[in-house]
Ligand binder design. Structure first.
Ligand SMILES: CC(C)(COP(=O)(O)OP(=O)(O)OC[C@H]1O[C@@H](n2cnc3c(N)ncnc32)[C@H](O)[C@@H]1OP(=O)(O)O)[C@@H](O)C(=O)NCCC(=O)NCCS
Length: 382
């Protein structure tokens, strides 16, 4: 006689959307933010990567370029009418470009792992991706540190440097589902503020190499109207040129409206963007850009986002010049900031070289995984 399976103490829910954080229906945004903080602290030792509730809400509000499908697991514990979120799954379906992709994120509270919650979420999201006729699944597993290459459980990516531990719960999980490790991305952190004379020297050395053919402009959101279409061209070229190994990514479609939308999303979620661009003086066109962004309620942390120099303008130290000038302005605006974090694919040697020269040090990373959706297997037992 077989023992009847124990009834799970959790269930999956499609949470309501809310437009205001203090609305009762916003419970899932607050619950997912708390879960992601707890997962970050347990797995990575910090919560720098955890989205705030407002980031989730604003992300769901703006689905112009990617639709979101969200699921939460609740365990029956209710505090002041609010269910506790113990698992979270999100499927992002790009709609303007990359319409073949289904990007998955799943996280489960450490106290609730090994009960099949992650598998149940994965299987539900897989069915949604199938219904949406997506061809390729992407997932990322974040790591506190890369293992040494000779560690017994170190897995190399299909392309480029770096290693990931096969024993991480996320790696075991993703590989069981059929996903393969394509590339490793490095997270790096720069301790700030840098002494003024150090930044000034970076600026002066790079400016000497760039010559007087370029003029720099710096602003906080929003961008001056005259640059908006050219910023879109730079974002497009970044998506086209970033070395992504064998990840099945196509170039993104950008226009001025998408730039304005990104600015609006930052404003709605209490984020500020600080942009420096290089204008090619002879043609009056933009040769490159860089963006620092921060949450106004997180004074110690800033993120270094998009940096790109157009192919025809490379080799003049513009990458370093843009970043150093933006850093100098950042120090003036945010003297209380203590670290700037950034991400680079390990396959992106030119950008990594600039960051290392500026003093960024490795601070973990992520495994970039993918599989054809047709090869992804259901995980739930029974
Ligand atoms: C990866 C993650 C989502 C898995 O969540 P989970 O709820 O523990 O997942 P499951 O319980 O379905 O599976 C985990 C393990 O428990 C086992 N398991 C599943 N159901 C089980 C059950 N009913 N009883 C006992 N064990 C079970 C699975 O076989 C699996 O074993 P393995 O790790 O040896 O392969 C979780 O570890 C996590 O949040 N990690 C951090 C974020 C991350 O890396 N996400 C993955 C990328 S999208």
């Amino acid at each position: 006689m077989s023992t009847p399976a124990a009834t799970p103490t959790w269930r999956l829910v499609e949470p309501p959307r809310a437009d205001l954080l203090d609305a009762a229906e916003a419970w899932a945004y607050r619950g997912v933010a708390a879960l992601e903080r707890a997962v970050g602290l347990a797995d990575l030792g910090h919560d720098d990567l955890a989205p705030r509730a407002v980031d989730l809400l604003v992300g769901d509000r703006h689905q112009e370029h990617a639709r979101h499908h969200r699921l939460v697991a609740v365990d029956g514990e209710v505090t002041r009418g609010v269910p506790r979120v113990v698992g979270h799954g999100e499927l992002v379906l790009p709609v303007s470009d990359n319409r073949h992709l289904a990007v998955v994120r799943i996280a489960v509270l450490p106290s609730h792992r090994g009960q099949g919650i992650g598998s149940a979420i994965a299987d539900r999201l897989r069915r949604v991706a199938l219904t949406e006729c997506r061809a390729t699944v992407f997932a990322e597993v974040e790591l506190a540190a890369e293992p040494p290459a000779d560690a017994p459980d170190a897995v190399p990516p299909r392309e480029g440097p770096g290693h990931v531990s096969a024993d991480l719960p996320g790696m075991r999980f993703a590989r069981r589902a059929g996903l393969g490790l394509e590339i490793v991305a490095r997270r790096s952190v720069l301790d700030v503020p840098l002494p003024d004379d150090v930044v000034d020297r970076f600026v002066a050395d790079a400016a000497a190499r760039a010559g007087d053919g370029y003029r720099l402009h710096t602003w906080q959101d929003p961008a001056p109207e005259r640059w908006v279409d050219q910023l879109a061209a730079l974002e497009h070229s970044l998506s086209e040129d970033e070395p992504n190994g064998g990840l099945a990514l196509e170039a993104e479609r950008w226009d001025g409206a998408r730039i304005r939308l990104e600015e609006a999303k930052r404003a709605e979620s209490g984020r500020t963007g600080l942009v420096t661009v290089a204008e090619h003086v002879a043609t009056g066109t933009l040769a490159g850009m860089t963006l620092l962004a921060w949450d106004d309620d997180r004074p110690e942390l800033t993120e270094q986002d998009s940096t790109v120099v157009l192919a025809g303008h490379r080799g003049h130290r513009l990458g370093m010049l843009l970043k150093a000038v933006n850093l100098r302005e950042h120090t003036r605006l945010r003297p209380a900031a203590r670290r700037i974090s950034t991400w680079n694919n390990e396959t992106n040697a030119p950008m990594l070289a600039i960051n290392v020269a500026l003093g960024f040090r490795p601070a973990g990373g992520s495994a970039e995984l993918q599989a054809p959706l047709a090869d992804v297997v259901p995980l739930s037992r029974g």
